[in-house]
Design a binder for this molecule. Structure first.
Ligand SMILES: Cc1ncc(COP(=O)(O)O)c(C=O)c1O
Length: 462
């Protein structure tokens, strides 16, 4: 291992990084990114990379967008901070809430601002508990999420998340948070089971779980339209229609986590529109400001708002809010980002680009290391396996996904590896046709190098 640069050494001695083996990291050090332009970022040595993950599924409009920079600077000069507590307000928050109501995928009464996806999902759960207390349903409090879901890392959001690394030794999930089956056909459909039959079985399993717990104790179900960090899992046909029917039958509130899928990722403004379901409440973040500044929101239906009114009247206060919720500079940037999505037809463009992206992604299924390459819109997952026929995964200790990520970086491409050696792809929505081709050529070379490494180390045989 070459010695770390001065900057890398300073990093290792000062920062705790999320989502890394902290012990190994002391040897490898960080990849330090210095600047970005379009779909490219440049490291501290000046090397360019295609940002194949749009940062963390978020920089939808790419880097160096002057309009967004200007929107932030102008707002910062005018009013650098204002809050929404105790009856104060400001223009950018009002305008942004109006715009969100206008583009929302379902009728929305009000918008509550927060700063991250985790805060949005924590807020969703608190609001559902508040709602059921307002309705006198004091036992209806359990929340159902799914195995492999990702909803964030604060205590409640991490409890909703269905990944072992987010629970183990954090004493999570909290009581009252349950996980139903994951809608991943490649891993969990029975042999010969059709997509529709798999979806029916998943809905039956959810129904059975609610019956077992007692419908009078189950408050809400939360789902991402397409699961992102769990490995880019596109549900089988008819899944949401069947799941929604189960929720409706048991009066279970349906929360749609659009933190990744919102703002065009699947080729529609919201993911639920692509997958054909109508949730009751919606969480948004990430691409809402193209990640130029942190901002997130909960979209609240009228029934929920009426409950908030009743409870706050009874208690005397609606006791929830974040200092930076609806920050005027973030709100101004989000407003500008939404203006760009609509004005430049970014969502339609993403839908058009998706055909090429999905064709290139699908072609990776022929690669000897790829068990399944899957996706929709401009998002994809490439699951690496030791044996294509049996779908056997590599032993986690070999860290084959991490190795492929390193080879991709050497090829000038940033991708991510998540649980089970799934490489994830989620480029900025503004990616051009030539850049999509370039991305997949770099990825193919990285996969070939990974295959050589696996073969020469005889790793697949273990
Ligand atoms: C679907 C989904 N929900 C929630 C979150 C959490 O968002 P944050 O990291 O902003 O708290 C994420 C983050 O990746 C996400 O992908």
């Amino acid at each position: 291992m070459p010695p770390l640069s001065n900057l890398a050494t300073r990093d290792v001695e000062t920062l705790v990084h999320p989502y890394i083996n902290l012990a190994n990291f002391r040897e490898t050090g960080p990849l330090i990114i210095e600047r970005g332009q379009g779909v490219y970022v440049y490291d501290s040595e000046g090397r360019p990379y295609i940002e194949g993950m749009a940062g963390l599924w978020c920089t939808a409009l790419g880097y160096g967008n002057e309009e967004l920079v200007e929107a932030a600077a102008a707002q910062m000069r005018k009013l650098s901070f204002a809050h929404l507590f105790t009856g104060k307000s400001h223009d950018p928050a009002i305008e942004l809430a109006e715009k969100l109501k206008e583009i929302a995928p379902v009728p929305i009464s009000k918008v509550f601002f927060c700063n991250s996806g985790s805060e949005a999902n924590d807020t969703q759960v608190k609001l559902v508990w508040y709602l059921n207390n307002a309705l006198g349903r004091t036992r209806k409090k359990k929340i159902i999420s799914r195995v492999k879901a990702y909803h964030g890392v604060t205590l409640v959001a991490a409890s909703l998340t269905g990944l072992p690394g987010n629970h183990r030794d954090f004493d999570l999930p909290l009581p009252g948070f349950l996980h139903t089956a994951c809608p991943q056909a490649y891993r969990f459909a029975a042999a010969g089971e059709s997509e529709e039959d798999f979806a029916t079985r998943l809905a039956e399993e959810l129904d059975a779980l609610i019956e077992k717990e007692g419908p009078e104790t189950v408050a809400a179900f939360i789902a991402e339209p397409v699961m992102g960090a769990g490995g880019v899992i596109v549900p089988p046909k008819t899944y949401f229609e069947k799941i929604m029917a189960v929720c409706a039958r048991h009066d279970v509130f349906m929360i749609d986590d659009e933190v990744i899928c919102g703002f065009g990722r699947l080729g529609t403004m919201f993911g639920c529109q692509k997958l054909g379901f109508r949730p009751q409440a919606v969480s948004i973040a990430k691409a809402m400001s193209s990640a130029y500044l942190p901002i997130a929101a909960v979209m609240i239906p009228e029934t929920m708002y009426q409950a908030l009114l009743a409870e706050s009247k009874k208690i005397g206060v609606f006791g929830h809010g974040f200092t930076y919720g609806g920050h005027p500079v973030s709100a101004a940037v989000a407003l500008k980002a939404i203006e760009i999505y609509l004005r430049d037809r970014i969502v339609e463009q993403a839908a058009a680009r998706a055909a090429q992206f999905q064709a290139r992604l699908n072609a990776l299924n022929a690669h000897p290391l790829v068990g399944e390459a899957r996706g929709i819109g401009l998002i994809g997952g490439v699951e690496l396996v030791a044996d294509k026929r049996t779908k056997r995964s590599f032993a986690a200790a070999h860290a084959v996904g991490a190795r492929a990520v390193a080879f991709a970086e050497a090829e000038g491409l940033i991708v991510r590896s998540v649980l089970g050696d799934v490489l994830t792809l989620c480029p900025p929505l503004i990616i051009s046709a030539a850049e999509v081709d370039d991305l997949f050529e770099r990825l193919a070379r990285a996969l070939d190098r990974t295959l050589d490494w696996v073969t020469s180390g005889r790793i697949a045989q273990e």
